[in-house]
Design a protein around this ligand. Structure first.
Ligand code: AHG
Ligand code: MN
Ligand code: MN
Ligand code: MN
Length: 334
């Protein structure tokens, strides 16, 4: 086994870093890894079994659910229920948070917020999709955990991660001490450490935004796009435009290569489209831990006080210098 470090081995090795509930958090991360492998198996054979296409239902976000959205949601809830370390799961796909009311879970110490399947529009066309998760410590000390335990600021996260089901499947996570990436080796069915201590370039030359919505963007975003397209050899412009339409895949690429991902407010989504608890906060925690930055255009994502479960936010996330420049334009052209 020399040379290979599995996710399970790595988690145990690092649990000395946690100041609180060491074993429980390790087991929780392990449970998420197991559910991710099950989802990966289905995503991989999606064209062969009856799991592509619409489920015919609409979620609280007003989005048509895909069969795989529902499958992934069920798998993660079930893994977190049987693991017993989590007292609440809050998910993009359920109207209300899901209390895990089993004798073992009732007093469990952790809350999980999850986007079970990110990039729904890419499922049916064999393009990378993902899973995003965020873990908080329960604040209340007795009885069933409540909504107040869920509505914590991003700075309170104890761990966050994503899985990308791409040309290879990777799990990337942080517990606040840097970011590590694991690639699934299908021959042994294990996530193996492949990207230790991931660092994001401070500057980059990729910008990722759904430019089709240009006409509806705030002025600062329009100015930033024009800035990105100007020729200037000293700053490596014009930048390259790359947009997959799966937040996980777009940010994963930019994390490795350097770049900025923007989903701003638009005329039809005045609060932005992406969800603070399931998408913005976990990705912001990971990116900051890798040396990048995440803003809503004016302030740090991780410091936004959540007031509701499915709250949305605009997001500017990626290489620090690029995000700072975009923020500057948002302020200047507000
Ligand atoms: P989800 O599939 O979890 O609902 O998330 C979709 C999100 C995100 O993954 C992606 O970056 C963005 O929506 C794409 O939106 P547009 O199609 O509006 O560009
Ligand atoms: Mn969705
Ligand atoms: Mn998503
Ligand atoms: Mn989703």
């Amino acid at each position: 086994m020399s040379g290979i470090k599995t996710l399970g081995q790595f988690i145990i090795e690092k649990q000395a870093d946690f100041s609180y509930a060491k074993g429980e958090l390790s087991r929780l991360l392990r449970d998420i890894g197991i559910a991710a492998k099950i989802v990966n198996r289905e995503v991989n054979k999606a064209g062969l079994v009856d799991i592509l296409g619409d489920a015919g239902t609409v979620n609280i976000q007003g989005e048509g659910q895909k069969k795989l959205d529902i499958f992934a949601n069920t798998q993660f809830i079930s893994a977190l229920t049987s693991g017993g370390e989590c007292c609440i799961v809050a998910t993009e796909e359920e109207d209300e948070f899901v209390p895990i009311d089993s004798p073992v879970s009732k007093n469990a110490k952790y809350i999980v917020c999850i986007d079970p399947l990110d990039g729904s529009s890419n499922i049916d066309v064999n393009v990378a999709v993902g899973t995003i998760f965020s873990i908080y410590r329960r604040k209340s000390t007795d009885g069933m955990a409540t909504i107040a335990d869920v509505l914590q600021k991003g700075t309170e996260q104890v761990a966050a991660g994503y899985v990308i089901y791409g040309s290879s499947t990777m799990l990337v996570y942080t517990t606040g001490k840097g970011v590590n990436g694991f690639t699934l080796d299908p021959s042994i069915g294990e996530f193996c450490l492949s990207h230790p201590d991931l660092k994001m370039p401070e500057d980059g030359s990729i910008y990722s935004i759904n430019e089709g919505n240009y006409v509806h963007f705030p002025k600062g975003v329009k100015k930033y796009i024009k800035y990105a397209q100007v020729h200037d050899a000293a700053t490596n412009r014009p930048y390259t435009s790359r947009y997959i339409g799966s937040m996980v895949a777009d940010i994963h690429r930019n994390l490795i290569k350097g770049g900025i991902y923007i989903y701003p407010t638009t005329a039809s989504s005045p609060n932005g489209k992406l969800r603070l608890l399931y998408e913005c906060n976990p990705m912001a925690f990971i990116v900051e831990q890798a040396g990048g930055f995440a803003s809503d255009g004016f302030k740090r994502i991780l410091e936004i006080e959540p007031v509701e479960l499915h709250q949305r936010s605009s997001i500017f996330i990626g290489s620090k210098k690029m995000v700072r420049m975009a923020e500057q334009m948002m302020t200047e052209f507000a």
